[in-house]
Design a protein around this ligand. Structure first.
Ligand code: ADP
Ligand code: MG
Length: 757
């Protein structure tokens, strides 16, 4: 009757139960026993309905009826274990039929414990739900398309991002989208690779364009077979808008920075440039990336480095405070610009973490300041030279008169003593010393521009040439004198003796500067300077000039010497060797002739002195022949002698009387006029001082001429500072003798004027 293999039935995990037509249990297997905890004898013989909980009665009775009609049933129910616990089971009940009669003979039921299965199912459901929630609630769009690219499913956000409705989107062929790049990425994913797309998605189903980012990944089953792809879509609209806003703000900042004019900088605590605004290129030639990352100090002028570093260290000590420094900053082309650096310590500010500052270009102000200082220095120098000149001139003038007296009286004394007289040699020494002093005085007068000169139209080349022999002797054989005259040279108007003075002084200085063998070059040449040139070259004067340049390859000069060069009594030579009057004299001479001097020199590099003398242009200059030198002879003519210094008057009178002349001495112009008016006989010569109180020599001469129209004139002066000699000059052609004078010179001059045709 029962044909199950015993073994199978024993080994079955599931429970097996047989009942007869009255639903009385007739067999249970060990699986059933294990499931419900009853021994077979506790079950067999009991009605099936007795074993199951009452709530299932209806269902079970219904199933029994169905089985009687030959039908099977499957249902889940809860059975009670013998110990009272519930057992969830699946019952699979089928009718049994008698083999022979074919009549219904009872039920065979399989009882399966489905507790684990139920648990698994619940877990699966939970999982599915969770993923569904993720899918639906995700803030990004998710879509799933099959192997043909057809959208199978998508979430609400996908619909929101793309536009249109889920109904229209599901079934859409993604591979047929017009955006080739997106289609390519999707196909790529279908081929088993993840794809990425960023761009603007133009919806074909709704009028909408959306900036999106799309990631697609292939979906593979456990055998590695593709069943479409899943894609996630991010809406970049907000991000793009934010980016655009940032971009706009940055553009605004850039424009503002460019408009500020200053360079904005951030320097970290180590002095490294962290930021330079683009203006740095405009002002300094550097591109920001060329200096960012480098040490700030690299471009600070070496002379400003120490103060700049000190300043920076100071700023680092004072969080939040602002400070300012002026220094020079190097441009890309190697030049420096003055900047004003204003910096604030913002090391604590997380956005800055450094010193935030700005460079203001103050070169213009600095240059103006420097120019002003230079001009101020030049002015001071000029004023100093002027006052020293006035002082020297004043002293020299008085001194000159005194020397005149000494020389005159010595000469008179010498005339009265023969060579054997014991005073003779002393007198000669006095005369020699007085002459040397007179030389110095003359130099001082030249410096003070009080030298009395007789300017003439000159060919500079001729004058220099006439002096070459003497100059060669002066500098000695070890020094080679090179003469380079310019072929085309303008004329100058000058006293040739002053050219002599200039050249002698320059050549002596050059000789002293050359130790041993050397070279000295004298050049001439025409030069024109326009206003522009003179603006750029302080000390130059616009106009046409004749250049007289003397260069040597001697020791040269440093700045200290150059600064003091033209000051009287400035010398670097040992006592007795230099007087310091050579260049002062030249300065005076050149100024007196409205020219200027320029010196180029460096230590060890030799020196060049350039004397610029104004070109002579007027043509109303009447050249006067210098009278021939005659043997000094006296005379018997009557001379009206006017001199306000009583000592000089007496001495000169004595000198003239010695030569046989009759003298009418006058101590003032008024006295002279009186004398002239009251004198009965002829007066042949008026010999007068130029500078006198109340009336000058020229005016006096005019007055006397009204009484004696034929009277000859001879002017004397050591200091002609009035109308006639306002610029140190006398009218051309006027007879003049400079004080102090020797008896011989005086005699010759007087005779010359009286004998002149
Ligand atoms: P002195 O020759 O009596 O010293 P100067 O006025 O002629 O006075 O010169 C002043 C100083 O200028 C000199 O002592 C010398 O230091 C310097 N000097 C002048 N000319 C030259 C030169 N050609 N080379 C170098 N130094 C010079
Ligand atoms: Mg000298």
């Amino acid at each position: 009757m029962i044909r199950f293999s015993e073994e199978v039935i024993k080994a079955m995990n599931d429970g097996l139960v047989l009942t007869d037509t009255h639903e009385t249990v007739i067999f249970v297997n060990p699986g059933f026993v294990a499931l419900l905890g009853y021994a077979p004898e506790e079950i067999i013989g009991r009605k099936w309905l007795d074993i199951i909980p009452s709530e299932h009665y209806d269902m079970v009775q219904e199933a029994e009826k169905r089985r009687a009609r030959g039908l099977s049933d499957r249902y889940e129910m809860v059975l009670h274990h013998k110990n009272g616990e519930n057992r969830e089971v699946l019952i699979d009940a089928s009718p049994r039929f008698d083999k022979k009669t074919g009549e219904f003979s009872g039920t065979i039921g399989f009882v399966t414990d489905i507790a684990q299965h139920k648990k698994d199912q619940f877990a699966l459901q939970k999982n599915l739900l969770r993923y569904r929630m993720l899918f639906e609630q995700s803030p990004i769009g998710v879509f799933h398309f099959d192997n043909d690219g057809i959208i199978v499913d998508c979430n609400d956000n996908f619909v929101n991002i793309i536009g249109s409705s889920r109904k229209t989107l599901v079934g859409l062929n993604m591979l047929a989208l017009p955006d080739q790049k997106l289609a390519r990425e999707l196909q790529n994913a279908l081929d088993g690779h993840t794809g990425f797309y960023e761009g603007v998605y133009h919806s074909v189903t709704a009028e909408k364009s959306t900036p999106v980012k799309v990631h697609v990944s292939p979906l593979l089953d456990k055998d590695g077979r593709s069943f479409g792809c899943v894609g996630i879509v991010e809406d970049l609209t907000d991000q793009k808008q934010a980016e655009e806003a940032v971009r706009k703000k940055e553009a605004l900042h850039r424009k503002m920075l460019a408009n500020i004019g200053d360079v904005i900088v951030i320097i970290d605590r180590d002095g490294i440039n962290r930021y330079k605004s683009p203006n740095i290129e405009k002002w300094f030639g550097w591109k920001p990336e060329e200096v960012v990352g480098a040490l700030t100090w690299e471009n600070v002028h070496p002379d400003d480095l120490a103060p700049a570093q000190l300043f920076f260290a100071g700023i680092l000590q004072k969080p939040g405070e602002k400070d300012t420094l002026e220094c020079r900053y190097r441009c890309k082309d190697g030049t420096y610009k003055w900047i004003e650096f204003t910096g604030t310590n913002l090391l604590d500010d997380p956005d800055i973490q450094g010193v935030l500052g700005n460079y203001k270009d103050i070169s213009e102000r600095k240059n103006a300041e420097a120019d002003r200082e230079k001009l101020q220095a030049q002015l001071l120098q000029a004023q100093k030279m002027e006052s020293v000149g006035r002082l020297a001139g004043g002293v020299a003038h008085d001194f000159n008169n005194m020397l005149g007296l000494i020389l005159g009286h010595t000469e008179l004394a010498l005339l009265r003593t023969d060579d054997k007289h014991k005073l003779c040699s002393d007198l000669k020494e006095i005369q020699k010393a007085a002459n040397r002093s007179a030389d110095i005085t003359k130099q001082l007068l030249a410096f003070a521009r009080k030298q009395t000169i007789s300017p003439r139209k000159l060919e500079l080349n001729d004058v220099v040439e006439s002096l070459l022999k003497m100059l060669r002797r002066l500098i000695g054989e070890d020094i080679d004198l090179v003469w380079q005259p310019s072929a085309h040279l303008w004329h100058v108007k000058m006293d040739p003796s002053q050219i002599n003075q200039i050249l002698v002084n320059l050549c002596v200085n050059a000789r002293d500067a050359i130790a041993g063998v050397g070279k000295l070059t004298i050049e001439t040449g025409p030069h024109t300077f326009d206003e522009e040139y003179c603006d750029e070259h302080p000390g130059f004067i616009p106009g046409e000039f004749v250049l007289l340049a003397v260069s040597d390859n001697g020791c040269g000069m440093d700045k200290d010497i150059l600064d003091n060069l033209f000051e009287p009594f400035f010398t670097t030579k040992e006592v007795g060797k230099g007087t310091g009057l050579g260049l002062a004299t030249i300065y005076g001479i050149v100024k007196q002739n409205n020219g200027f001097v320029n010196v180029y020199s460096e230590p060890g590099q030799g020196s060049t002195f350039k004397i610029y003398l104004p070109r002579w242009v007027a043509d109303d200059d009447i050249e006067k022949n210098v009278p021939e030198k005659k043997a000094a002879a006296g005379g018997t003519e009557t001379i009206l002698l006017v001199e306000d210094d009583p000592d000089i008057l007496t001495m000169t009178r004595m000198m003239l009387e010695r030569q046989g002349y009759s003298i009418l001495p006058a101590a003032s112009p008024a006295e002279a006029i009186d004398l002239a008016k009251n004198h009965a006989d002829n007066i042949h010569l008026l010999m007068t001082d130029v500078v006198m109180p109340n009336m000058n020599g020229r005016d006096l001469a005019e007055k006397i001429s009204t009484v004696y129209p034929d009277i000859r004139r001879l002017f004397m002066s050591g200091y002609p500072a009035n109308v006639i000699a306002h610029q140190g000059m006398l009218d051309d052609g006027v007879a003049f003798i400079q004080k102090p004078f020797s008896m011989a010179d005086m005699t010759e001059k007087v005779r010359g004027v009286l004998d002149k045709a």
